[in-house]
Design a protein around this ligand. Structure first.
Ligand code: MRU
Length: 336
């Protein structure tokens, strides 16, 4: 069974998330009841992955104000701005908050009902976009494909069946054999903790490797292609994704392997011409200094911790969205 990142109860307007900080050791669901709790869940990566954070923030606003009562419009807009800034790289978060912002500005009566309808549309659209990515992307995976992925771009990063993993699930459901090699994804280990757990739960063969092993596996002929998600896609096809993605793209190019990106249309930021303008989140140094609470670097040595990197369009073989498979030169406003 494919696990779910979040559960929304439409009648009661309650939001539960799977707390991804605890995987794979513990499977714990948490209810998010206030704007503070939603903000904390986003910042600490209890819920993470570009599409999932947009959907969770939208539903979280409804859950919080269904309990506390709707504040005046200025306070509502301030809450939306606060959540939009919780994580800077994935465009899905400000995109979802901008959709609610428009409702706050134009709705005349029953503001909470109008906001809930928009948040539920964002939820339904995300589920549908994941299914469409699966349908369009499955053709890129031949029978027996050995697929390298990085970070988690599966069901747990979305409201549906995932982005990069959607073609894997769809090809597998169609009877094709697909094997995933999940890069560990230092420093927070989304690959080994989350992707490996999710794929195992779904019955898809998965092997974990450290990030530094990927190039050697390519050289040994043990991989057929790379398939990753994205947190933001610029108009020219440059993409931001979890730190380490760029290195896999360079290695794939060197070894002549296809490098595919899968993401919903909500991840495309047509306002940015290229990847250089994408804001990169820099996170706490302790995420690098410690592994599982154990200190692994001297406390007085500076460390780098950019959470994402940019992969240029020139290294990307194709970008799969819910609208089809785009190949260079990328023109996302037109049909692929
Ligand atoms: O910091 P995270 O765990 O939110 O980063 C997630 C990723 O980088 C994913 O690969 C990306 O959001 C695509 S998810 C469908």
């Amino acid at each position: 069974m494919i696990p779910r990142a979040l559960t929304w109860s439409s009648d009661a307007r309650r939001l539960r998330i799977l707390d991804q900080r605890l995987l794979p050791e513990r499977v714990v669901e948490r209810e998010l009841c206030t704007i503070d709790e939603v903000d904390e869940a986003l910042r600490t990566l209890a819920v993470r992955g570009a599409p999932a954070i947009g959907v969770a923030a939208a539903l979280g606003v409804i859950a919080a104000f269904a309990r506390a009562g709707v504040p005046d419009r200025a306070a509502l807009l301030a809450a939306l701005d606060r959540l939009a800034g919780a994580r800077p790289t994935a465009v899905n978060l400000p995109w979802a908050m901008a959709r609610l912002r428009r409702v706050v500005i134009v709705a005349e009566a029953n503001l909470l009902d109008a906001l809930a309808a928009e948040a539920e549309r964002i939820l339904a659209e995300d589920i549908a976009m994941c299914d469409a990515i699966g349908r369009h992307g499955q053709g890129l995976l031949p029978d027996g494909a050995r697929v390298l992925t990085h970070c988690n771009a599966g069901a747990l990063a979305t409201a549906g069946i995932g982005t990069a993993l959607a073609p894997v699930y769809t090809a597998s459901a169609a009877g094709r054999r697909v094997e995933v090699i999940a890069c560990e994804t230092r420093p927070l280990l989304q690959g080994s903790r989350i992707t490996a757990w999710e794929l195992s739960a779904a019955g898809i063969p998965v092997t974990v490797c450290t990030d530094s092993m990927a190039a050697a596996l390519m050289r040994e002929g043990r991989l057929d292609l790379v398939l990753v998600g994205a947190d933001r896609i610029a108009a020219n096809g440059d993409i931001a994704n979890k730190i380490g993605t760029y290195g896999h793209a360079v290695a794939a190019h060197h070894h002549g392997l296809p490098f595919y990106v899968a993401a919903p249309s909500s991840t495309i930021d047509a306002s940015l011409f290229g990847g250089a303008s994408i804001p990169i989140e820099r996170r706490d140094a302790d995420e690098v200094r410690r592994v599982g609470g154990q200190v692994v670097a001297p406390p007085d040595v500076p460390v780098e911790n950019p959470a994402f990197d940019i992969t240029p369009a020139s290294l990307i073989s194709a970008i799969v969205t819910d609208r089809g498979v785009f190949r260079p030169p990328y023109r996302f406003v037109e049909a692929p």
